[in-house]
Write a protein that binds this ligand. Sequence first.
Ligand code: CU
Length: 200
Amino acid sequence: MFGQATKYAESVDSVMLLIVGISVFFLLGVTAAMIYFVIRYNKKRNPKASQIEGNTKLEIAWIVIPTALVLVMFYYGYAVFHESRVVPKGAMTVKVIARMWAWEFDYNNGKKSGELYIPVNRAIKLELNSMDVNHSLYIPAFRIKEDVIYGRENYMVIQPDKIGTYVIACAEYCGLNHSHMYSKLHVLSKKDFEKWISDN
Ligand SMILES: [Cu+2]
């Protein structure tokens, strides 16, 4: 239920892997260098410390390499984030109403539902509204989460490319029954969705 359900989820996981990969590489490198220095330059092996002068090449390297790595991580992170903030033309709009402690989905045709039904392969814009406190709409399998703020309309774009049922959770502590504030996302075929939406 939390597997990668969309191409977007795959991109998010790739960015995560890239950042974790770079971090692990440096964690291991720094730890190994530290252990080596502790052994190689302990008092027994190196009784008299010597003065080390500056090394311009080394200093340039430890400024340029980390800066480049941080920029690479920022670039991929931002590129994927940006994708989730652009509403594609022809996106279907569903109004989301959050309240303590349930979700409601309003389809602009009089139809309302406690669970979210959407057609596959179509961009969906979710307009996020809160009736009371701050909530957060979280769809783990889509790797997407957005705050639902009282008094302000926020939005979220989802692009389902696999039929299935996924978990929706509230990811912002919103009171006593916050931990029960779950719902479901049903991604249906175009035909099944049309049947569902016209069925009142
Ligand atoms: Cu909530």
